[in-house]
Design a protein around this ligand. Structure first.
Ligand code: GRF
Length: 196
């Protein structure tokens, strides 16, 4: 299975996927990494000798035009699966419609709890005693697609957004790697999951 990973940030989840995919028996490989900005995480692609591209959101007059360029890049690489891993942008519906259900996202909360760009902060603000990590199929909503995997993560007294996020990320990475593996082996049927 060939995978494109889209990021905006440090790419720690990308790094975990690259490490997992470097195992000879892992059934998927990352063929390209894309970013909507000069993301630090692009360094991981460079380290692994994987091509990358940047489509800077700020250079485009609209989300749709940005999405069109992003879609053009993805068409070059023709991945079987697109993984959003820390992409902090909503995709235009044209791109979601073109790629779904072969388009998954990781989110640092137990969806449908705390969707959106600040799931960790929102969980803390709500005084939640537990949050979680989720992997979903991307749809045209905000973190509202079918859930492929999720797991609870405890919130501890004194947690900050950083400490809670750092506790969630390892779970998020493990879930993402397992979901990619199950998609690659055919154990997880995305079309069926998306239709459910
Ligand atoms: C991850 O928790 C991701 O789910 C969220 O932002 C974080 C990105 O972290 N959207 P990184 O860039 O993978 O380190």
């Amino acid at each position: 299975l060939t995978v494109a990973v889209l990021i905006s940030g440090t790419g720690s989840n990308l790094r975990a996927l690259l490490d997992a995919a470097s195992a000879p028996d892992f059934p998927a490989r990352v063929v390209v990494v894309g970013a909507d900005r000069e993301a630090d995480g692009l360094a991981h692609a460079e380290e692994f000798g994987i091509p990358s591209f940047t489509v800077p959101f700020t250079r485009f007059a609209s989300r749709e035009e940005w999405g069109e360029e992003l879609a053009a890049q993805l068409r070059i690489w023709q991945p079987d699966l697109v993984v959003l891993s820390g992409l902090m942008r909503l995709l235009p519906s044209a791109l979601v419609d073109a790629w779904a259900p072969h388009l998954i996202n990781t989110h640092p909360a137990y969806l449908p709890e705390f969707p959106g760009a600040h799931g960790v902060r929102d969980a803390l603000a709500a005084g939640a005693t537990e949050s979680g990590a989720s992997v979903i199929v991307v749809d045209n909503g905000v973190d509202s697609g079918p859930i492929l995997a999720q797991e609870r993560v405890p919130v501890l007294g004194g947690d900050t957004e950083h400490t809670l996020h750092e506790r969630i990320k390892p779970v998020e990475r493990r879930l993402l790697i397992d979901v990619v593996r199950r998609i690659a082996t055919g154990e997880l049927d995305l079309a069926a999951a998306a239709a459910s």
